[in-house]
Write a protein that binds this ligand. Structure first.
Ligand SMILES: Nc1ncnc2c1ncn2[C@@H]1O[C@H](COP(=O)(O)OP(=O)(O)OP(=O)(O)O)[C@@H](O)[C@H]1O
Length: 369
């Protein structure tokens, strides 16, 4: 925003003052993810990055902790406190807790600026396969959390913007965003989604597959956090004998004796555990490619498939996907941040969006805009 004082010098001076105080900028982009929530502020980038977890007291429903602190409590809480993840499969599973969590993250982001409007305009991403009701719930929760205007953008479109793909050009770009709850596959051209597939299979499903594998093979019960850590440390998208060498110790509860027990697992075993989930993701890419018009498919063959989201960081995922679809595959820089960056930047360029490209908005009275 510019203030005009009648001379160019004054205008420049006022701009500097505004820049110093962060400017009258009321735009905020939020990647409200199943696993993590990221907040992007115009001109500042990502200012909040925390797990989408809330710790509640069971009786009073009083919030005890949000984000990082609450995640540390998962599986370790006393009987009267539960750590919950209010988002499931990319959509709101618990409305009130989501609104409270959003309010906490919005307030936290606001403290990053000297001046920030009390009621910002917020753009939040939603999976491409959500229903109108699920989308409205996100907009309402965002306004309940303090937003003046709430807009939603489809996640793969935001991921493509954040990964720097030429979304406005008459050229096919394919993005695969593998998050915690959903995998979004989309082909984008001329500012619109041409074909898309939203799969409720992603990182959480991989963790669950590891838990089930360890239970089956070793009669050992492990928690969600141990499974996720194992995936992050030695998980792989390719089952290969070379992975026999990589091992990790794992602690859990023996299902027969009921006592704590430590075992050793190899990366090959974890790759086997993840195999079906990885295959489902690859199959959804293949189906989307089959539905893509030939001209756009040719562009994708030339330029490759771009993968974003935390799941993109699974070892050898690019290699396996590339071998199966016979095309180049590129893991985006800052894969975990692409959706948040694209969500924030789309609010800056909202004038470029025409209706029907996956943006929907409502104001503080809940009226559609
Ligand atoms: N190095 C890694 N290897 C494998 N998986 C990873 C890695 N780093 C993060 N992940 C996984 O990525 C997922 C989180 O990714 P991300 O933050 O993109 O999801 P989200 O936006 O919260 O979820 P969604 O988009 O489904 O709502 C988690 O399941 C996490 O375990």
């Amino acid at each position: 925003m510019r203030l005009w004082f009648g001379s160019k010098g004054k205008e420049a001076e006022s701009e500097t003052i505004f820049q110093k105080f962060g400017g009258f900028i009321r735009d905020m982009g939020i990647d409200l993810g199943t696993a993590n929530t990221l907040v992007y502020l115009k001109g500042q980038g990502i200012v909040v990055r925390e797990p989408s977890v809330v710790a509640l007291e069971t009786g009073s429903q009083e919030i005890k902790a949000v984000g990082e602190e609450a995640k540390r409590m998962i599986g370790r809480t006393p009987g009267n406190i539960v750590a919950i993840r209010p988002m499931k499969d990319g959509v709101i599973a618990d409305y009130n807790t989501t609104a409270t969590m959003l309010e906490y993250f919005i307030k936290k982001a606001q403290t990053q600026r000297v001046y920030f409007p009390r009621r910002p305009n917020v753009m939040v991403c939603v999976p491409s396969g959500v229903t109108a009701v699920e989308k409205r719930a996100v907009e309402e929760a965002t306004r309940a959390a303090g937003a003046k205007e709430a807009h939603t953008i489809e996640e793969p479109f935001a991921a493509a913007i954040g990964a720097g793909l030429p979304v406005w050009e008459p050229m096919g770009s394919m993005v695969v965003d593998i998050g915690g709850g959903t995998t979004e596959v989309a082909v984008i051209s001329l500012g619109g989604i041409v074909t898309a597939k939203s799969l409720r299979i992603a990182g959480d499903e991989m963790d669950e597959a590891i838990i089930q594998y360890i239970k089956r093979q070793y009669n050992l019960m492990i928690g969600e956090r141990s499974a996720e850590n194992l995936k992050l440390e030695i998980g792989s998208a390719k089952v290969s004998d070379d992975e026999e060498e990589i091992t990790r110790q794992l602690r859990g509860r023996d299902l027969i004796s009921g006592l704590p027990k430590t075992i050793q697992v190899t990366a090959r075993e974890i790759a086997e555990a993840l195999n079906d989930t990885v295959q489902s993701i690859i199959d959804s890419v293949k189906i989307t490619l089959e539905q893509t018009p030939p001209e756009l498919a040719a562009d994708i063959m030339d330029r490759g498939i771009v993968v974003t989201g935390g799941g993109a960081l699974l070892r050898h995922l690019d290699q396996r996907l590339s071998e199966e679809v016979d095309m180049p595959v590129i893991i985006a820089d800052n894969a975990l941040d692409c959706v948040a960056i694209g969500t924030g930047q789309s609010l800056e360029n909202i004038h470029l969006f025409t209706s029907g490209v996956g943006i929907s908005s409502s104001n503080r009275f809940g009226r559609r805009m």
